[in-house]
Each structure stands twice: as structure tokens, then as C-alpha cells.
Design a protein around this ligand. Sequence first.
Ligand SMILES: NC(=O)c1ccc[n+]([C@@H]2O[C@H](COP(=O)([O-])OP(=O)(O)OC[C@H]3O[C@@H](n4cnc5c(N)ncnc54)[C@H](OP(=O)(O)O)[C@@H]3O)[C@@H](O)[C@H]2O)c1
Length: 304
Amino acid sequence: MKKNVLITGGSGFIGKYLTAMLLEKGYSVSILSREKKENTTTVSYYTWDVTNQKIEEAAVLQADYIIHLAGENIADQRWTLKRKATIRASREESIALLYSVLKKNGKKLDGFVSASGIGIYGAYNGEGICTEETAAASDFLGVTCQQWEAAVAPIANLGIRTVKIRTGLVLGKNEGFLKKMLPVFKYGLGAALGSGQQYMPWIHIHDLCAMYIAAIENPAMQGAYNAVVADNTTNTIFSKKLAHVLGFALWLPNVPAFILHLMLGEMAVIVLTGRRVSSDKIRNLGFHFEFKDLEEALEDCLSK
Ligand SMILES: NC(=O)c1ccc[n+]([C@@H]2O[C@H](COP(=O)([O-])OP(=O)(O)OC[C@H]3O[C@@H](n4cnc5c(N)ncnc54)[C@H](OP(=O)(O)O)[C@@H]3O)[C@@H](O)[C@H]2O)c1
């Protein structure tokens, strides 16, 4: 019988790509969403209401694995105090709800894999390389990721293998960060941001989803793994390569940091800061990145 993977937030950017890859590999896929959606021939949809701690329990009870992607998008709105609380609650309370169903029913899984972010290492600029052993930072993103990962611990205490995927900037076709940048870059109006020296650890969506699948299939995987290509790309390098792939040279001066602060508020740290992040831990397990070259990754994402 096919193994079932339940993806929370499976209708988002990463979830859609992951669903297609899992189906291709012969898994059955269910998706937990806040909205009722029609089942398709290949995917079953279930609903939950995290705020009111309600869920269609069948989604969890039939799962062999859960991949937890759900959470308010961190870059969609300015970080007011209310928005910050919503970002955190959507991640922690959703895991708590899954935990309560697992515990109440004595349900075992072959694995629980949760998204996390390299934001755990903090919104700073620096030369040090962050490994999975690097201490979590005390700023908003650091604490958010720390609490997100801590919410997984009770599931591990049920005897379920848990993995956390600390994700860098995900590159995909007309999705995520590229979707936001392309309208400007396409017209030759792109520019590096701030000093441009901040590191931008990235990963192609294909490799990220392959990592999620490795996390469910490889029983040796446990704990946190950085999901980035560790090639020391800076914002200037990224902007130049994106412009080059689109067929022009970067000519505009960098967008000053104060303008980004005015436009984005505190959230500007997402684009103005960045650390070097190691991927040795996952590579030492034999994981192979298909896209290690930024230009090739961008060409793939921009191809029709
Ligand atoms: N994309 C990146 O570059 C990146 C980088 C680092 C980490 N991550 C993390 O990876 C995960 C998936 O990322 P993504 O890019 O696929 O995000 P996304 O496109 O924003 O999808 C996230 C999904 O979560 C669900 N969701 C949103 N708010 C929710 C709430 N309040 N309660 C319950 N579910 C909610 C939504 O599904 P429904 O509308 O169907 O409920 C949404 O489609 C996220 O946790 C994200 O923080 C992403």
C-alpha cells in the first residue's frame, strides 16, 4: 500500500512543488488547509482552524508522515506587534494541534518533518559560518524559529522521529522571492539592496523538496538541517546574476538601506541582513544538490 504524506500548508509555494514530487515518487498525499477544497484524483484535502484548535482528525490518523509547512507568510505584511504574534502563533499552535491529535489517539508516525528558517541564526551581517550547532539569535526571526522548532519537541517525546529543515531563500518559477523581484528586474530596473554585501543563502525549490523527501525516507535523519547551497552568494552577486540571466547588466546604484527601512519597516532585515550558512550536515549524509550554480538555478526558474 502507498505511504501517505500529510502536508500542512500544502497549497503554498513549497507545498505545491512537494506534492507533485511526492506523487511522482508513488506516495499518496493529503493536504491540511484552512479552506475546504475539492479532492482531486490524486490529492485528498482536509481542513483545520488553528486559532480555534479544530481539525479533521482523519487527516492525521491516516498519515504515515507529516510535513509541516503551514504558517503565515513572514514577508507579506509589515511586522507590527500583532503581525509578529500571528506569525508565531500560526506555526506553534498548528504544531500543538497536530500533537494533541497524535497524543489523544496514540497515533504513531514514521516521521514528522517541520519547516524552519535560517533566520534562527539571526538578522545580522557577518563572516562567521552558521552550522546547525550555532546558537539561536535573540531577535524576532531567531526567537520565532527557535519557538517553532521547540514546538516540535513534544512530538519527538511521543517517540516519533522529527526533522527540522532550516530553509534559506527558496528559488522557484514565478513564486516566492523571485516573483517579488522579477517585475522590477525584468524592466532593467533591478539593483542590489543596502550594502549588497549581505549573504543570501539560497536553495532551488527542487533541491529543497528533495531534502524533504530525504527527511521522510532516511531514518538516519533527525534534528535540524540547513537547506541552503553554501556558495557565499551576496545580494550584489545575486542581483548581478539575476540581471545577467534576464539579459542586461546591473546599472542602477544600490537601493539605500534607509529607503528599505521606510518601505518595509523592521521587516527590511530580511533583505538587508544575511549570514553564511553551512550545508555540510546534509551533504555528509550523501545528499546531492542538483542546482549548485546560482546562474543555472536562475535560468531554470526563469525558463518557460
Ligand atoms: N519560501 C521561502 O523562501 C521560505 C524560506 C524559509 C522558510 N520557509 C517556510 O516554509 C514554509 C512554507 O513556505 P511557503 O513559501 O510554501 O509559504 P506559503 O506559500 O506562504 O504557504 C504557506 C501555507 O501555510 C498556510 N497558512 C498560512 N497562514 C496560516 C495560518 N494562520 N494557519 C494555518 N495555515 C496557514 C497556507 O495554506 P492554506 O491557505 O491552504 O491554509 C499557505 O499556503 C513556511 O512555514 C515558511 O516560513 C519558506
